[in-house]
Design a protein around this ligand. Structure first.
Ligand code: FAD
Length: 200
C-alpha cells in the first residue's frame, strides 16, 4: 500500500510501502495480508514475506493465490439494459456481467432490478444515462472490444469527457477537481431525471 500519511515515528519519514494486516479471528492470532495475490511457489512466498520487518517469525496458514473471475462476454452478449441479446428476459448483473468491485456489482444489481421491473410491466427499459457512473460502466462493458474484454471498475475515465472549450477554460492539468465536479453535477442531474422518467 502507499504509505501516505503514515509517518514512521523512528525516522519521521514515510516508508517506501506499508503492509496491511486484517484481523481474521477473535483470538487475534490470524491476520490476512491484504493485496498479496500472487503466483509465487509457496516456499518462495514464505521466504520473501519473512523479509518484511515484523513478519520474520510469521507462520503462514494460507498462501496468496491468483483468483479467476467468472464473467460473460458482455460486449457480444449483453444489451445496455443488461439483457441477454439472445434471451431478453434474462438479465445479468454483478461480477458475472463484467463489472468489478463491490459497489459496481451492487449498482449493476440495482439497475438490473429496475430494468426487470419495467419488463415485467411490459415496458422496454431505458438504459441509465451515459453521463452517469452507472450508465458509463454499462456502456463500457457492452461496447468494449470483446477480444480483450476484462472486468472493469468505474473510473472518471469511463465518463464522457467535458467539451474541449470547457476543458480549456478550466485548465487542462490544473483543475482535475473542478472537471470532476462538473462531471458529477451532470451525472446527478441526469440520474434524477432518468429516475423520474422511469418511475412507476
Ligand atoms: C480476493 C478478492 C478480493 C477482492 N477485493 C475487493 C475489494 O477490496 N473491493 C472491491 O470492491 N471488490 C473486491 N473484490 C471484487 C468483489 O469481490 C466482486 O467484484 C464482487 O463481490 C462481485 O459481487 P457479485 O455479487 O456479482 O458476485 P459474488 O460476490 O461472487 O456473489 C455471487 C454469489 O453467487 C453464488 N453462486 C454461484 N453460483 C451459484 C449457483 N449456481 N447457485 C446459487 N448461487 C450461486 C456464489 O456462492 C456467491 O455467493 C475482490 C475479489 C476477490 C476475489
Amino acid at each position: 500500500m502507499k504509505p501516505v500519511g503514515l509517518t514512521d515515528p523512528r525516522t519521521g519519514r514515510w516508508p517506501y510501502a506499508v503492509v496491511q494486516l486484517r484481523q481474521e479471528n477473535l483470538r487475534a492470532d490470524s491476520y490476512n495480508l491484504v493485496g498479496f495475490q500472487n503466483h509465487l511457489k509457496f516456499g518462495e512466498q514464505a521466504r520473501v514475506l519473512r523479509l518484511i520487518p515484523g513478519l520474520e517469525n510469521a507462520a503462514f496458514l494460507r498462501y496468496g493465490q491468483i483468483h479467476r473471475n467468472t464473467y460473460i462476454d458482455a460486449p457480444n452478449l449483453l444489451t445496455e439494459t443488461l439483457q441477454l441479446r439472445a434471451h431478453p428476459s434474462v438479465l445479468i448483473a454483478g461480477q458475472l456481467s463484467g463489472v468489478e468491485g463491490y459497489t459496481e456489482s451492487i449498482a449493476s444489481g440495482l439497475l438490473a432490478g429496475r430494468y426487470a421491473a419495467a419488463l415485467a410491466r411490459g415496458i422496454q427499459p431505458t438504459p441509465a444515462p451515459r453521463v452517469t457512473a452507472n450508465g458509463s460502466l454499462t456502456h463500457y462493458i457492452t461496447h468494449a472490444e470483446s477480444k480483450r474484454f476484462q472486468p472493469a471498475n468505474i473510473t472518471f475515465d469511463l465518463l464522457p469527457p467535458l467539451e474541449e472549450d470547457l476543458r480549456r477554460r478550466i485548465g487542462d492539468k490544473k483543475d482535475k477537481k473542478e472537471r470532476h465536479r462538473i462531471q458529477c453535477d451532470r451525472a446527478l442531474a441526469a440520474w434524477d431525471q432518468w429516475l423520474t422518467e422511469s418511475a412507476d
